[in-house]
Design a protein around this ligand. Structure first.
Ligand code: BEZ
Length: 211
């Protein structure tokens, strides 16, 4: 099943390294990040799982739960955890789904047969508290993901959920933001009391409103 932005993230029940879950219930009112890795006991995946674990406190601060998935079973994940802690210096601190029947992989279209017909690609889904998909990313097996970028886009998504703004290229938390074109200049003066710079009618920048 292809997942598009704005779709409700498919719900499922699964066994994980922290016990059985039903996904939507597990998410509760939080934001969520569901990400797949191709295979346990492989090098790039080991670094990625360690990298997500090392940044867990930053996801917590953003009211965001993270959960991994691959087509290995929970027993395999449990064994692999020791290697992650040993080599990456951070113990795994979030659940990984055992998806040996590929139920989650099928729901989220994580197996791309022309890349590999048995292993999940490196997918990322950011899901809002309304359970709708806000971002999808797909990386090949050979490229480990950048956790800074995932946190950067999460910051952007959480900001635009509360204000009539968008974030420019290479934006980072604290940088100026773009005022939505649905807001008139008069409205902008009220909504953005720190003022704004008008480079073009369609390009107005203002200091990040929640800072
Ligand atoms: C890796 O994590 O290094 C990896 C996993 C599956 C296929 C190729 C590489």
């Amino acid at each position: 099943m292809t997942i598009r932005l704005g779709d409700v993230a498919p719900d499922f029940s699964a066994d994980t390294t922290d016990g059985p879950i039903t996904f939507h219930e597990w998410l509760g009112d939080s934001w969520g990040i569901l990400f797949s890795h191709p295979k346990d006991f492989t090098p790039v995946c080991t670094t990625e799982l360690g990298a997500f674990a090392a940044r867990k406190a930053e996801f917590d601060r953003r009211n965001t739960k993270i959960i991994g998935v691959s087509v290995d079973d929970v027993a395999s994940h449990q064994q692999w955890k020791g290697d992650i802690a040993e080599t990456q210096g951070t113990a795994l601190n979030f659940p990984i789904i055992g998806d040996e029947e590929r139920k989650v992989a099928a729901l989220y279209d994580m197996i791309h047969p022309n890349a590999n017909d048995t292993l999940t690609v490196r997918s990322v889904f950011i899901i809002g508290p309304d359970k709708k998909v806000k971002l999808t990313l797909t990386y090949p097996a050979s490229t480990g993901r950048n956790i800074d970028e995932i946190i950067r886009v999460l910051d952007s998504l959480q900001l635009v959920a509360g204000y009539s703004v968008a974030t420019p290229a290479n934006w980072r938390d604290g940088d100026d933001v773009i005022i939505a074109n649905s807001i008139s200049d008069d409205e902008a003066q009220t909504k953005f009391p720190k003022g704004f710079r008008k480079l073009k009618d369609y390009l107005r920048l203002t200091p990040q409103p929640n800072k």
